[in-house]
Write a new protein. Structure first.
Length: 253
């Protein structure tokens, strides 16, 4: 009997560390709009994970197991500006985070028919808004363009997207609209370059445009984003080429 009790006590001692190791970290919370209403269908990312948790009808989400250490928790949803927060998660901890999302301005088609200078001022608001948030990306103003005085736009973009196809001669038949492997393979095979999505004046990226197709003299500003969900603005994040190869938003003068 004593031998049985001794083994039982030893088993309990050995199980205690194992139970501690089994503890997982959890991140929960609620996503609301600016008026405090819950937002369903928002995607919540923790750390470097590409698998989001989606909020339910009450705006609630739960990430388990959650990564540990210092990390970003980011939220995105169509029609709202993405938000993120820096947190430190310890092993076995329950973190509760609430987020508030601001709606993005709606661009009405009839607003495009205005005097050119007014249209230019309004459309560049998106460029300045994103540059102030610091939510990833490289922002090039007209002042920097004039200072660097490039011959082609690719000279400005290349440093941030070194393996992308930016000129016609860099594009091969291998580069297709839905090939998600291109950008990742470019480092080992320069002949297989992946061309980024190109948006002109904030419009939806269309196939066929390359960075060097736009003359430098016509450009007022440029936004450059690597193919990472945490960097690409939510307005473009669901475009397959932006996800696979990156994004360049060109604002004309």
């Amino acid at each position: 009997m004593r031998i049985v009790l001794a083994f039982a006590a030893l088993g309990a001692l050995l199980a205690a560390p194992l139970q501690a190791q089994d503890k997982v970290s959890v991140i929960t919370g609620v996503v609301r709009d600016a008026e405090g209403r819950p937002l369903a269908g928002a995607e919540v990312f923790a750390g470097r994970s590409d698998q989001p948790a989606t909020t339910n009808e009450q705006g609630a989400f739960r990430i388990a197991p959650a990564p540990t250490g210092p990390l970003w928790v980011s939220v995105r949803r169509i029609g709202y500006a993405p938000v993120r927060r820096s947190v430190t998660v310890t092993k076995g901890e329950l973190q509760t985070l609430d987020f508030e999302m601001e709606p993005l301005p709606v661009t009405l088609p009839e607003l495009k028919v205005v005097e050119r200078s007014g249209f230019k001022s309004r459309r560049l608001e998106d460029f300045w808004r994103r540059s102030r948030t610091g939510f990833g990306g490289r922002f090039v103003t007209r002042e920097e363009i004039e200072r660097r005085n490039p011959i082609q736009l690719s000279q400005l973009v290349r440093g941030y997207l070194p393996f992308a196809a930016l000129a016609r001669w860099e594009v091969s038949a291998w580069d297709s609209e839905y090939d998600f492997i291109g950008f990742r393979s470019a480092a080992t095979s320069v002949s297989r370059r992946c061309s980024p999505a190109v948006s002109i004046n904030g419009n939806v990226p269309l196939g066929g445009w390359l960075v060097d197709d736009i003359p430098v003299s016509e450009v007022e500003a440029i936004e450059i984003y690597k193919p990472r969900w945490s960097q690409i603005p939510v307005e473009y994040s669901f475009h397959p080429r932006a996800q696979a190869c990156g994004l360049v938003v060109i604002w004309q003068r």
